[in-house]
Ligand binder design. Sequence first.
Ligand code: ZN
Ligand code: ZN
Length: 337
Amino acid sequence: MVKDYYNILEVDRSASERDIKKSYRNLSKKYHPDKNPDNKESEDKFKEVAEAYSILSDKEKRGNYDTFGDPNGQPQNPFGDMGDMNDIFSQFFGGGRNPFGGRGSRRKKGGDIRINVHMTLEDMYNGEHKTIKYRRNKKCGTCDGTGGESTTCGNCKGHGVVNQIQKTPMGRVQSTVTCPSCGGTGKIITNPCGDCSSNGVISSEERLSFDIPKGIMDGESLRVTGKGNSIKDGVDGDLFINIIEKPHPTFRRSGLDIHQRVNLSYKDLVLGSPIEVDTIDGKIRMTVKSGTQVGSMLRVPQKGFIRDNQRGDMIVEVWLDIPKEVTEEEKKIIETL
Ligand SMILES: [Zn+2]
Ligand SMILES: [Zn+2]
């Protein structure tokens, strides 16, 4: 949950550096623990005020906070913890989570793969079931990713590292280095796998089907754990599916709202008229009131994007359709106005 730092500091979003400082001084005096001994509430408030000040007094952090809602400059992930998404995908793909991929793991990880998926606004609104093909380095099935039959490296006894003693002016110094004989794997391949040239991986074409959730936005990405590149003696990398919005001929998205321009005649604007407009899920009828000004924004509630149980609006920007050619008769009529 992102805190409203402006609210905490009791200033508005356009407040100057001086205003922010002034308000911070007043509030931190007010809630100072010395003044409010054994008062948990004001202690929390005191901390909160300090946190808000540390963000809003820092130009860069304030800018990021204003833009992304996060002082560290990352857009908030609207789908919450990506872990949830992984769980969905892991289940979907048969739970390929690698037991060695945990925190503190020393195992090497294969490279991540990024794939762009271009979507129409309609598909982003409805969600989409998608199948993609891409190439990845996949564990070789013949040797099970080992690169071939092997024996334990004699030089390091399978540890992958050896102790090295160096003579320095300070005396003899012992250090641990990667085993030069096996390159750190602890194994020497005695019978190389022919299918992968003892690389343990082969390049293969993958076919992957997945669901893109409703309401996804341009620039967001979905992670599929373990579907990136495999690596010999390591953990599989991940696949990232980057969502890119295709330009729409009439709609422009702004958060959950959808904007569009509608050209109307002078007569319709002056006298008012029922009109028909497209929305993301079908046509609707609406009424333009008499005396509507060019540039007016007519809000049609609940006709925007749906996400997290919220729905945005459709915003119709009114434009005037000026005819390029008029007949003599029309000219006369217009002049009588
Ligand atoms: Zn192989
Ligand atoms: Zn070795």
